[in-house]
Design a protein around this ligand. Sequence first.
Ligand code: FES
Length: 329
Amino acid sequence: MGRARDALVAGLLLLARKRKRRLWPGQRERIVPPASRNPGSELLATLLLLAAAGCAVAFIVVYVLDRLPAHTQLLGLSLGLACLFVAAALIVTAKRLIVTEELEDDYPAEEHVDEQETVLQLVADSGFSRRRFFKLALGAAGGALALAVLTPIASLGPAIDLARFYATPWRRGRRLVDEHGRPYRASDVEEDTLYTAFAEGSDKEQLGSSLVLVRLPKDRLKLPAGNSGYAADGIVAYSKICTHAGCAISLYRAPLFQPDEPTPALVCPCHYSTFDPASGGRVTFGPAGRKLPMLPLTIAPNGELRAAGNFDSAVGPSWWGVRTKRPTS
Ligand code: FES
């Protein structure tokens, strides 16, 4: 009796197994019920992804056109909307397009590969009728967003054709002139006053042309060894371009009530980077990451101020690798 029952159960199991395997060649067994078609939701998810891609591209365009009014707000708006559209597309996909099943028991422990296959089949069994179109939209949104996130890397600085950033008009013997082209004489430069000077005959817009000029009491100068001999009768000259982000140095803090006030300082009005003119342009405050480039001076026999060479370091805002080269004339 017992044997007959066992045989019956075994037969039934065998039958069930055989029936389970009776699939068309290439046909897989479903693990979730077929999904009902939902073209409206598919279209909505696809449109949301395309909108996300459009916003990400808009971010890149706004980033490149950096003179637009409300530039920062437009950057935030475009990137924020791109993320919002992607989130909405994923919600629509998860809620309306991916088929789900409810299991009473936990999944049995499976190897990683099998689990992966299960997930892939779940997606395959989902009710997408325009799968290709959706995949394209997903790729466009992902690609455009990745590109938008990587775009700010371009602001780390120039990568090609760096030579022009190191070129300055300064060379030994070049005269220092004011904005009207009049040569500066050493006797023109007084203490507690900031002067702007240019290389004679140069394009005043050129990054390396403009200087700030101040006169300090000679006993106050504490120039580092590499800059000894750069001052001429207490007059020192530095690049006018801030080494933080390239604003023009236009403030001079000349202490009036020593010793209560700090030492003289060249100050950038943009973010208040402060440089010490007595010690070779050292940064004493603010976000600048390197000193102001210093120009060696000499006084010609007729009293005119002239350059005694080129700057001691690269001029302009700092970028990746700015310290690797010396300026050229
Ligand atoms: S540009 Fe000068 S402190 Fe930022």
